[in-house]
Design a protein around this ligand. Structure first.
Ligand SMILES: *[C@@H]1O[C@H](CO)[C@@H](O)[C@H](O)[C@H]1NC(C)=O
Ligand SMILES: *[C@@H]1O[C@H](CO)[C@@H](O)[C@H](O)[C@H]1NC(C)=O
Ligand SMILES: *[C@@H]1O[C@H](CO)[C@@H](O)[C@H](O)[C@H]1NC(C)=O
Ligand SMILES: *[C@@H]1O[C@H](CO)[C@@H](O)[C@H](O)[C@H]1NC(C)=O
Ligand SMILES: *[C@@H]1O[C@H](CO)[C@@H](O)[C@H](O)[C@H]1NC(C)=O
Length: 513
C-alpha cells in the first residue's frame, strides 16, 4: 500500500467515522425530541394524611408509593389547600382561589358553581401541546352545565364521579333530601358498575386506557382516586393485615390506603409493560390533610383537613421519573412548592405554551426539583376566605383585618388570621398518647385570639406563636395580605338549587342547567 493510498483509506475511514457519528447524532437528536414530551401520570389521593404514607413513619404500609418516592424526589416543603375543591381547582388552573371566586368551602352538589371557564385547564394546555388527555376519578370542580364537565375542559375522555364523595360500591350519594347515583362515562350516566369498588374500577379503567393508547402520542393521565375519603369502606382482604390496629376507623382507612397503593402499583406496571414508563413523569399528591374524624392522621403536624394549620395544608407529595437527573434521585426537595406550581411546571415540561391563561399564581419548579436550584416560590397565599364568619376584632387599623380567615407564607414565616379551624395535635391511635404543651407566647390582644405567627422552618408543628415577639414581620405580612385581598375577585357561593335534584334527572347527579 502506498502512502497516498494509506492516506486515502485513512481519510475515508475518517469520513466513515464522521458519518457514523453524524447519524448517531441525528438519531440522538430525534430521540431527544421525542423524549421532550414525556407521558404524564398525575395521581391525586383524597383526604390522604401526612402521617399515612410509609416513608413518613406510618404504621400503614405503602410499598409501591414508598418505592416510587425513593426512586424519585420527595417533596417535603409541599403545600395543598385544606379541602377538596380548592386544591383541585388550583391544580387544574394554576390559579389561587382568590382569583377564581372559589375562596369559600367546596362546591356542594346543587350549587350552580364551577371553576370559571375563562382560563384554560392544564388539560387544555397539554392537549394543545399534542397530548391525549384522560381523567379518571373524582372531579368536584363543578358540573351544573355541560360546559363544566371534564370533556369540555380539555379531557378527551372521562370516567368518574362529579361530586365530593359517595358510596364506594353503589356510587350513590345524598345531599340532604336529594339522592342519586354519581358515575359518568364521558358525558353519559354509567349505571352498570354497581358493586364495583371504585379503587379497582378506576385503576382498571386507567389500565384500559394505557393498553389502548397509540404508541406515538404523549399521554396525560389525571387520576384523582376516590380513596381514601369517607365513607370508610374497603374489601375485607385489604383490612385484614391491619388486625393490630384496634381503632376500627383507622383499621378500615389503613386498608383503603393499601388498596390505593396496590392500584398505583398496577397502573405503573401497565405503563412499564407498554414501554411507556421510562418516558413518564409521575406525580403523586394528596388534595388536603387527612380527616381525623374518618381515620386519617397528620401527626406530628397541627390541625387537620379543613384547617389552615399545617395538618390541613402541608401535603404528602412526590415526583418519580427516569427522566430526573441521577444526582437528585432518592433525595428530598426542600424547596417551597404549592399545588398551583404543577400547571406551569408540567406544561413547560411537555413543551407546551402558557399563552392565553389568566395570570398564573404557580411557578415552574422543574429546575428546583431536578437540579436542586432554589425554589422560585418565596411566598404562598394559603387563602383569604371572606365568607367564614369573622373571628374576634381587628388587631390593627390600616392593614389586613385579622378577624378574616386567612393565611400567608413568606419565606419561613407563616401568618394565620381569623378562625383557622381545628387546632389540636392528634397522634395516630396506634401511638401512645404524647403530651403536648401549647405555648401560646402572648395572651390574645383582643377578645378572641385571631392572629398567629410561626417560623415553619424552625417550628414545623406550630407550637410557638411568635406574633407577640415579631411585630415588624406581623405588620409586613398583614400588609401583604391586604395587597392580595386587593387582587381578589368576588367570592362565588350560590344557594342550593332544588332543580339539581337527581330525582328530576333519571336518578343521576349531573348537569341540570
Ligand atoms: C364508555 O362509553 C363508550 C362508548 O359508549 C364505551 O365504548 C366504553 O366501554 C365505556 N367505558 C366504560 C368504562 O364504561
Ligand atoms: C391489581 O392487580 C391485581 C392482579 O391483576 C388484581 O388482583 C388487583 O385487584 C388489582 N388491584 C387494584 C387495586 O386494582
Ligand atoms: C372540628 O372538629 C369537630 C369535631 O372534633 C368537627 O365537628 C368540626 O366539623 C371540625 N371543624 C372543621 C372545620 O373541620
Ligand atoms: C398558544 O400557542 C399555540 C402554539 O404554541 C397556539 O396553537 C394557540 O392557538 C395559542 N393559544 C392562544 C390562546 O393564543
Ligand atoms: C381602630 O379604629 C377604631 C375607630 O377609629 C378605634 O375605635 C379602635 O380602637 C382602633 N383599633 C386599634 C387596634 O387601634
Amino acid at each position: 500500500m502506498t502512502i497516498q493510498a494509506a492516506k486515502t483509506t485513512g481519510q475515508s475511514r475518517m469520513l466513515l467515522t464522521n458519518l457514523v457519528t453524524l447519524s448517531a447524532l441525528i438519531v440522538l437528536i430525534i430521540s431527544t425530541c421525542e423524549a421532550k414530551q414525556p407521558h404524564i401520570l398525575l395521581v391525586v389521593a383524597d383526604d390522604y394524611g401526612f402521617h399515612d404514607i410509609g416513608y413518613h413513619g406510618s404504621e400503614i404500609r405503602t410499598p409501591n408509593l414508598d418505592y416510587l418516592a425513593h426512586g424519585g424526589v420527595r417533596l417535603e416543603n409541599y403545600y395543598v389547600q385544606p379541602i377538596c375543591t380548592p386544591t383541585r381547582s388550583q391544580l387544574l388552573s394554576g390559579r389561587y382561589q382568590i382569583h377564581t371566586g372559589l375562596q369559600h368551602g367546596i362546591i356542594w352538589p346543587p350549587q350552580r358553581n364551577g371553576l370559571p371557564l375563562d382560563s384554560p385547564t392544564i388539560a387544555d394546555k397539554l392537549r394543545e401541546a399534542g397530548y391525549t388527555t384522560h381523567a379518571v376519578g373524582k372531579w368536584h370542580i363543578g358540573f351544573y352545565t355541560k360546559d363544566y364537565l371534564p370533556t369540555s375542559r380539555g379531557f378527551d375522555s372521562y370516567f368518574g364521579y362529579l361530586t365530593g364523595g359517595e358510596d364506594y360500591y353503589t356510587h350513590y350519594t345524598c345531599y340532604g333530601e336529594m339522592c342519586g347515583t354519581d358515575l359518568r362515562n364521558n358525558t353519559e350516566p354509567a349505571d352498570q358498575y354497581k358493586g364495583s369498588y371504585s379503587t379497582h374500577l378506576f385503576a382498571n379503567r386507567v389500565i384500559d386506557i394505557i393498553n389502548k393508547h397509540e404508541d406515538d402520542k404523549p399521554l396525560f393521565l389525571y387520576v384523582p382516586f376516590q380513596a381514601v375519603h369517607s365513607p370508610l369502606q374497603v374489601p375485607e382482604s385489604y383490612e385484614e393485615p391491619y388486625w393490630f390496629i384496634n381503632d376500627r376507623d383507622r383499621r378500615t382507612y389503613a386498608g383503603m390506603v393499601s388498596c390505593m397503593d396496590e392500584a398505583v402499583g398496577n397502573i405503573t406496571m401497565a405503563m412499564q409493560q407498554r414501554g411507556f414508563w421510562d418516558n413518564t413523569v409521575m406525580i403523586f399528591t394528596t388534595d388536603n390533610g387527612g380527616q381525623i374524624l374518618y381515620g386519617g392522621n397528620n401527626y406530628p403536624l397541627r390541625g387537620w383537613k379543613g384547617s389552615l394549620w399545617e395538618g390541613g395544608t402541608h401535603g404528602v407529595g412526590f415526583i418519580h421519573s427516569k427522566l430526573l437527573s441521577d444526582k437528585i434521585i432518592g433525595s428530598v426537595s426542600p424547596g417551597l412548592m404549592h399545588v398551583t406550581d404543577w400547571f406551569p411546571t408540567l406544561v413547560k415540561l411537555a413543551g407546551g405554551n402558557l399563552n392565553g391563561t389568566k395570570p398564573l399564581d404557580g411557578f415552574d419548579q422543574w429546575n428546583a426539583i431536578n437540579n436542586g436550584d432554589n425554589s422560585p416560590r418565596t411566598e404562598l397565599l394559603h387563602n383569604i376566605d371572606p365568607l367564614t364568619p369573622p373571628s374576634g376584632s381587628p388587631v390593627f387599623n390600616g392593614t389586613f383585618d385579622t378577624s378574616i380567615r386567612a393565611a400567608l407564607r413568606m419565606g419561613d414565616w407563616k401568618i394565620i388570621t381569623g378562625d383557622p379551624g381545628n387546632s389540636s395535635w392528634i397522634p395516630p391511635p396506634t401511638l401512645s398518647k404524647v403530651a403536648i404543651t401549647i405555648k401560646e407566647g402572648h395572651p390574645p390582644q383582643t377578645d378572641v385570639k385571631n392572629l398567629w405567627l410561626f417560623n415553619i422552618a424552625k417550628d414545623p408543628n406550630e407550637y410557638n406563636d411568635m406574633s407577640g415577639q415579631e411585630p415588624v414581620i406581623v405588620k409586613k405580612m398583614l400588609d401583604r395580605l391586604q395587597y392580595y385581598q386587593s387582587t381578589a375577585v368576588p367570592c362565588i357561593y350560590p344557594d342550593d338549587d332544588p332543580l339539581a335534584d337527581p330525582a328530576k334527572h333519571g336518578g343521576f347527579w349531573g348537569p341540570w342547567v
